[in-house]
Design a protein around this ligand. Sequence first.
Ligand code: SAH
Length: 338
Amino acid sequence: MNSIYNYTLKDLQDYFLSIGETKFRAGQVYDWLYVKKVKSFDEMTNIKKDLIRYLKDNFYLNTLKLIKKQSDVDVNKYLFELSDNNKIEAVLMKHDYGNSLCVSTEVGCNMGCRFCESGRLKRVRKLFSYELVEQLLQVEEDINERVSHVVLMGIGEPFDNYSNVMNFINIINEPKGINIGIRHITVSTCGIVPKIKEFTKEKTGVNLAISLHAPTDEIRDKIMPINKAYKIDEIISCVKEYIKETNRRVTFEYILLDKVNDSKECALQLCKLLKDINCYVNLIPYNETSHIEFKASKKVTINEFYDILKKNNINVTIRREFGSKVSAACGQLRSEQR
Ligand code: SAH
């Protein structure tokens, strides 16, 4: 058995051809799944009975169970149970430009960033593409509105689950299906250099965000173990290559942690590091977690940091805070139910 939500339209067409069906039939089924959004094969009324029977015997549909929803201003957090009882979370943010969904890519995470809640649980497994697709379908059903933007910034490291993540992106980007514009999809990585290189070659048009969080290896080593494997200069050089190849701007995420990476010197070092790179910096006010050794930077410090970047002609924004009351903010998601 497999999930039918693992298939791109092209894959489903090829599959249908392989079982002696037509491409046209695959298109009809795809339309039922993603445009009419039915929840069972029986509702596909223009598909003949024996094919319905075949599909039922060979594919499953919904596997995610919504077990909890919490809401705050403009944000919903969803806790889902997977068919093997593991749990993940997804967060919906209502922006003036549309509904943006933050999806999880793994159960737990192996990256071990010291400040992040999600990594408290080591990776149990990668999510399959269909489990990413189902997060989106279930949230759309819940809000009864379209999701227009997807960010791969929930639990997990997307580039540690590369092929399932890329397949998911292809599925949601399909114009005859969910049809999320490629520029409305953002993948965020802690900096797995070989995967950034692979991603560059694919020239998908998906937005790339890098969780940098420090201007020097000395600081980054202390807060992000991945830095032991890939140093900042390696990240910067492959980001430059990415920009050259794709002509796309890159986002650098930078959490401001009190007395760790928020000094004026850090701001100046960051300016130097990013000088002449087509990027923008997203300063993230730290959301407190059970890692009590980290505190959020003070408002004035955040503003000073911002001003230094601005003065040095770095494009910079301070990320709007969402959902900290329901622990739905960046770095607060986890795979264990509280
Ligand atoms: N593994 C990927 C995506 C998930 S994290 C990555 O590292 O990019 C999404 C973003 O939230 C990352 O930039 C991450 O560093 C940041 N983040 C983690 N914990 C946070 C916290 N407590 N407060 C604010 N941002 C946090």
